[in-house]
Design a protein around this ligand. Structure first.
Ligand code: DX5
Ligand code: ZN
Length: 221
């Protein structure tokens, strides 16, 4: 049986109460904390950096933290996030001058490494680095904002990525990010994803922390 991971994106959390929000969403059944880093350069929005990751660790969060770098350049932030307690670090191949080196830096630092593919970015960036990738993250929206609509063409791309993983014989996570919710998670899972990022679907649920648990339970079901 496949084990599915639910990774709430804290982009949609209440940043004024971030520590509590992360505790609540983990208590509600989340597996991984998805941490969106935006630089107002690679993407047109500005969010949080290594200091906030470190603060969550200091707050006592021990769950895996999945750092999604939407920044350019990439490499300088890798060391900072390793030091801040990141468990997984993914980056966009277009944003790195040296994809192999960036992946290796992440792995050398003891974290899991991954590449992120925008809706129009081809999967061929995986060709020569499959052995250094622990996670493949497919964007099902254009990066930069939460609350966008899932782009249906991503389902075919998920199947293609799943085929690549099978052919590699390696244990690689297939993560999906953007517009994921209770209404479409089944077809996304059937297309091959096994790690599901959801921001607005979870954090905008009515009923606060209890609402988070209901959405996560429904997503899992
Ligand atoms: C978008 C981010 C996503 C975003 C997902 O650039 O990478 O993680 O928060 O938000 P929803 O689930 O609301 O589409
Ligand atoms: Zn993300």
């Amino acid at each position: 049986m496949t084990d599915f991971l639910i990774a709430p994106s804290i982009l949609s959390a209440d940043f004024a109460r971030l520590g509590q929000e992360v505790e609540d969403v983990l208590a509600a059944g989340a597996d991984v904390v998805h941490f969106d880093v935006m630089d107002n350069h690679y993407v047109p929005n500005l969010t949080i950096g290594p200091m906030v990751c470190k603060a969550l660790r200091k707050h006592g969060i021990t769950a895996p933290i999945d750092v999604h770098l939407m920044v350019k350049p990439v490499d300088r932030l890798i060391g900072d996030f390793l030091e801040a307690g990141a468990s997984i670090i993914t980056f966009h191949p277009e944003a790195s001058e040296h994809i192999d080196r960036s992946l290796q830096m992440i792995r050398d630092g003891g974290a899991q490494a991954g590449l992120v593919f925008n809706p129009a970015t081809p999967l061929h960036h995986l060709d020569h680095v499959m052995d250094k990738v622990d996670v493949i993250l497919l964007m099902s929206v254009n990066p930069g904002f939460g609350g966008q609509k899932f782009i249906p063409g991503t389902l075919a791309k998920l199947r293609a990525a799943r085929e690549r993983i099978k052919a590699s014989g390696r244990d690689i996570r297939l993560e999906i990010d953007g517009g994921v919710g209770v209404g479409n998670i089944r077809e996304i899972a059937e297309a091959g994803a096994d790690m599901f990022v959801a921001g607005s679907a979870i954090f905008n649920a009515p009923g606060g922390a209890q609402g988070y648990a209901a959405v996560i339970r429904d997503m899992r079901a």
